[in-house]
Ligand binder design. Structure first.
Ligand SMILES: [Zn+2]
Length: 188
């Protein structure tokens, strides 16, 4: 997922309406978040989703800087710098001049998983390897991953980033209770 710093570099802004509770929104050009978020982190997560699904992004092979189409510089001496058969780079890095290539899009359209499941897979240890087929989610070989993919899915009415976070918090508190029970047992 793109960090807040990267999102700001590619043109996102984050604003807070400091009431009680706080309300965070993001903006990118003419696009704004469709809801207000209670925490900045939630707004950043939603903005990162939007960027991954809707923007053509390019990454510098040398320094890792993320560019939008508009930020890329034209390539100087392309013919001299690219060998036959190499992938043609999309442009030059604004910062260091090395080649940039398109980033793999993680948008909703390109994945059989919905937007919430995609976050699960991207952040879970080895998730992209384990989770191959949405139709076979119960047999991914890792029951905790299965739980997350089922619980944090649009099918199960997970309809927003904050719903996902609520569900995770309740699972975490359940896990903590079970761990505490074992710790008490260990303490004898
Ligand atoms: Zn660079």
């Amino acid at each position: 997922m793109l960090s807040k710093d990267v999102l700001i570099e590619i043109g996102f802004t984050f604003e807070v309406d400091s009431g009680d509770p706080e309300q965070w929104t993001w903006r990118c050009g003419d696009t704004t978040s469709t809801v207000e978020f209670l925490k900045e982190d939630f707004a950043v997560l939603d903005a990162a989703h939007h960027a991954a699904a809707h923007l053509e992004l390019h990454c510098c092979a040398n320094c890792g800087k993320v560019h939008t189409e508009a930020m890329l510089k034209d390539i100087v001496d392309l013919a001299l710098r690219v060998d036959a058969g190499d992938t043609v780079p999309s442009g030059e890095c604004q910062s260091c001049g090395a080649f940039c290539h398109p980033m793999v899009r993680t948008g909703i359209k390109d994945s059989p998983w919905d937007q919430f499941q995609q976050v699960v897979i991207a952040s879970y240890n080895n998730g992209d390897h384990l989770a191959q087929d949405p139709a076979d989610v119960r047999n991914v070989g890792d029951t905790l991953l299965t739980f997350l993919l089922l619980e944090l899915s649009e099918k199960e009415d997970c309809d927003s980033v904050s719903t996902a976070i609520d569900r995770l918090n309740s699972a975490i508190s359940q896990l903590e209770k079970v761990r505490d029970a074992f710790q008490e047992k260990a303490a004898g």
